[in-house]
Design a protein around this ligand. Structure first.
Ligand code: NAD
Ligand code: DAU
Length: 348
C-alpha cells in the first residue's frame, strides 16, 4: 500500500463521504476508518464499501491512548485526516464538557499519538477538518478569510478553535506536518436529522412543526457534502504544509428562506397542495448566543488548488430531498434510540 490513512469520524456525515471517495479513488491506499460510533456515527452510511479490500473499520474513541497506539502500529498509519468530533451547536450549549472531551482532549491525544509514532515527521501529514465557526459571527457585510482572527462564540466553536490552535502548536513545537481547512455548513445525504435541513425534511414528511429559531433571519453559507469531500481530497494531496484553506459554497441563505424552499420542494414531491407544508413553520425561542451570519471567502483554495463547488444549490437540495425520501429505513434507524428523547427535551 502506498499510504495507510487514518480517517477519524468516518462513520459520521462528512466522514462517510470522505471515506467513500478515498476508498474508491485510491485503491492503492489503505483507508482505516476510526470511529467510536456515537449517536451520530452509523456504519450503514458505508454499507456499499464494507467489503472493499483497501477499507478497514476500527471501533475506538480518540481519547483512548492505548487503542490509538495499537491502530497506528497495526496499520502502520502514514497520514491522518481528522474529522471525529461532537458537531452540533445546540448540544454544545447543554453539554459543553462533552465537546471539550472529544474535540479538544481527543484531538490532542490523536496529535500526540501521531507525533510519537512518526519519527520522520516531515514525511507524514496530520490534516484537521475544521469549521468556519471559529471566526465568529458576521454582520451583513464581509467574509471570513484565512487571516480573519479567531473569535469563537459557542461552546462548539470554542472547542474547534482550541483544537485548531493545538494542531498549529504541534506543527510549531514538534515539527508535525499539518494542514487545516475551515468549511461552511454542509448539507446532503446521511446528515443526522438534528441539523436544520434534514430535520425539516423529516418533519415535513411527518407533518410535524418546523422549528425556526428567532425570526429565521440568520444566514449560513451551504455546501454540498460531496463537494466538501472533493476539497478535502485536494487539500490532502496538494495543500501546502502548515497552511489553512477556507472552503465554502458561495451560497448564502437566510434560514427562513431555506425552510420555505424545502416546503415548496416537498409539496411538489409528496403531491401536497401548494403552501401546505409551509403551514408547519413555527417560530421558536432563539438559540442562545446565535451567530448571525457565516460567509466564507473561498478564493485561496479556488486560485491555488483550482477547487470550486461542482453542484448548484438548486440541484444539490433536490438530490438531498430525494435521498431522504428514498432512504426511509436509514431515517427510521437513526431516529430510533435516544433521538425522540433529545427531540422532546430540546424542542419542548
Ligand atoms: P457528525 O456528528 O455527523 O460525525 C461525527 C463522527 O465522529 C461520528 O461518526 C461520531 O461517531 C464520531 N465521533 C464522535 N466522537 C468521537 C470520539 N470521541 N472518538 C471517535 N469518534 C468519535 O459530524 P460531521 O457533521 O460529519 O462533521 C465532521 C467534522 O467536520 C467535524 O470535525 C466538524 O466539526 C467538521 N465540520 C462540519 C461541518 C458541517 O456542516 N457538518 C462543517 C464544517 C466542519
Ligand atoms: O458552519 C459550519 C457548521 O455548520 C459546522 O461546523 C457544524 O458542525 C454544523 O452543525 C453547522 O452548524 P449550524 O449551527 O450552522 O447548523 P444547524 O443545522 O444546527 O443550524 C443552521 C441554522 O439553522 C442556524 O442558524 C440555526 C438554525 N436552526 C437550526 C435548527 C437545528 C433553526 O432555526 N432551527 C433548528 O431546529
Amino acid at each position: 500500500m502506498e499510504k495507510s490513512i487514518l480517517i477519524t469520524g468516518g462513520a459520521g456525515f462528512i466522514g462517510s463521504h470522505v471515506v467513500r471517495l478515498f476508498v474508491k479513488k485510491y485503491p492503492n491506499y489503505r483507508i482505516v476508518n476510526l470511529d467510536c460510533l456515537t449517536y451520530a456515527g452509523n456504519l450503514e452510511n458505508l454499507k456499499d464499501i464494507e467489503g472493499e479490500k483497501n477499507y478497514v473499520f476500527a471501533k475506538a474513541d480518540i481519547n483512548n491512548e492505548e487503542l490509538l497506539k495499537e491502530v497506528f502500529n497495526d496499520y502502520q498509519i502514514t497520514d491522518v485526516i481528522h474529522l471525529a468530533a461532537e458537531s452540533h451547536v445546540d448540544r454544545s450549549i447543554t453539554d459543553p464538557l462533552a465537546f471539550v472531551k472529544t474535540n479538544v482532549m481527543g484531538t490532542v491525544n490523536l496529535l500526540n499519538t501521531a507525533k510519537n509514532f512518526w519519527k520522520d515527521r516531515e514525511n507524514h501529514l496530520f490534516y484537521h477538518v475544521s469549521t468556519d465557526e471559529v471566526y465568529g459571527s458576521l454582520d451583513d457585510g464581509g467574509y471570513f478569510l484565512e487571516t480573519t482572527p479567531y473569535d469563537p462564540q459557542s461552546p462548539y466553536s470554542s472547542s474547534k478553535a482550541a483544537s485548531d490552535h493545538f494542531v498549529r502548536a504541534y506543527a510549531n513545537t514538534y515539527g508535525l506536518r499539518t494542514v487545516i481547512s475551515n468549511c461552511s455548513n454542509n448539507y446532503g445525504p446521511n446528515q443526522f436529522p438534528e441539523k436544520l435541513i434534514p430535520l425539516c425534511i423529516h418533519n415535513i414528511k411527518q407533518n410535524k412543526p418546523l422549528p425556526v429559531y428567532g425570526k429565521g433571519e440568520n444566514i449560513r453559507d451551504w455546501l454540498f457534502v460531496v463537494d466538501h469531500a472533493r476539497a478535502i481530497d485536494l487539500v490532502f494531496h496538494e495543500g501546502k504544509t502548515n497552511e489553512t484553506y477556507n472552503i465554502g459554497g458561495f451560497n448564502e441563505w437566510k434560514n427562513i428562506d431555506i425552510v420555505k424552499l424545502l416546503c415548496e420542494i416537498m409539496d411538489r414531491k409528496l403531491g401536497r397542495d401548494k403552501g401546505a407544508s409551509a403551514q408547519l413553520i413555527t417560530f421558536v425561542k432563539d438559540r442562545a448566543g446565535h451567530d448571525q451570519r457565516y460567509a466564507i471567502d473561498a478564493d485561496k483554495i479556488n486560485k491555488e488548488l483550482g477547487w470550486k463547488p461542482s453542484l448548484t444549490f438548486e440541484v444539490g437540495i433536490e438530490e438531498t430531498v430525494d435521498w431522504y425520501l428514498e432512504n426511509e429505513k436509514w431515517l427510521d434507524s437513526v431516529t430510533s434510540g435516544d433521538y425522540q428523547k433529545y427531540y422532546q427535551e430540546h424542542y419542548s
